[in-house]
Design a protein around this ligand. Sequence first.
Ligand code: SF4
Length: 319
Amino acid sequence: MNFYNENLSRQEALSILDLPDEDLPELLDAVYAVRKKYKGDMVSIHLLTSARSGNCSQNCAYCAQSHDSKADIDKYKLVSHDKLLRDGHVIRDKGLARHCIGLSGIQFSDLEINEFAGEIRKLKKEVQTPICCSIGFLTPEQARKLKEAGVGRINHNLNTSRNFYPKICTTHTYQERIANIKMLQGIGFEICCGGIIGLGEDKPDVVDMFFEIRAIGPQAVPVNFLLPIEGTALSNADTSHLTPEYCLKTLCLARLLNPKSDIRCAAGREVYLKGREKWMFHAVDSIFASGYLTAGGQSIDDTIKIITDAGFRYRVESA
Ligand code: SF4
């Protein structure tokens, strides 16, 4: 099969997920050629700060911060400036690519946005690292305020397919997510938009989600693999199909459908891909270090080591 063509059909995309495991090396070789063409041998490392945690009004089934979650997590409004700055300094000192700042919740008052924009301004004064925020649905005015404060990119994931979405969340719609992303693009933000594999979706849902993401044209595509969290609706989700081979195929598909975007292997890589990082980097040019919003992860030094051990370099991205 010719794995890479600019007009990959849904059927061809599905056949990538259905590929026999013994054909995976051939797929990885083809995907590596695409990755090398657009991204060379660089891997960017991102650090995530959970700037507001818990107490969300929404019911996303996978999320420890949701209204329905009984997960035992820290809950707080806005994290202290010291914590944001400490993380900013770690990013600068270690030469990491980007500071990702996640806030729980779907809607924010103007007062809250003003306060947060003030924190971003102070942070940008001291550390010039590019900033990406994950921050629910914004009004255009709120989005402009954050842009003026120095946020260059916003993360807003689609998470799964349009058809499957009502199975994982009923408090807002897929279309609202897309509308928010379009509004942000109109204001000039770069977009980070990805999803979660392992929510109970079928393979055609994975394909549909990646086609929706491709239509958005995001600068970055984070691919998460579900980490079932005790106390959430998906705490007992069956993740037995998330074999290293299947995870690698989904990452390959993300790259083939978004050849120029950053493809980020996000939550779950430490659990599902352990020992296969070398192969992961055939598709992926971006990863997180030091964990995720409500789950731990690999340290920065160990993350750097897996990149260099695999024969890749890690990159400092300038502001
Ligand atoms: S994913 Fe975001 S919107 Fe959904 S419950 Fe979690 S914090 Fe709220």
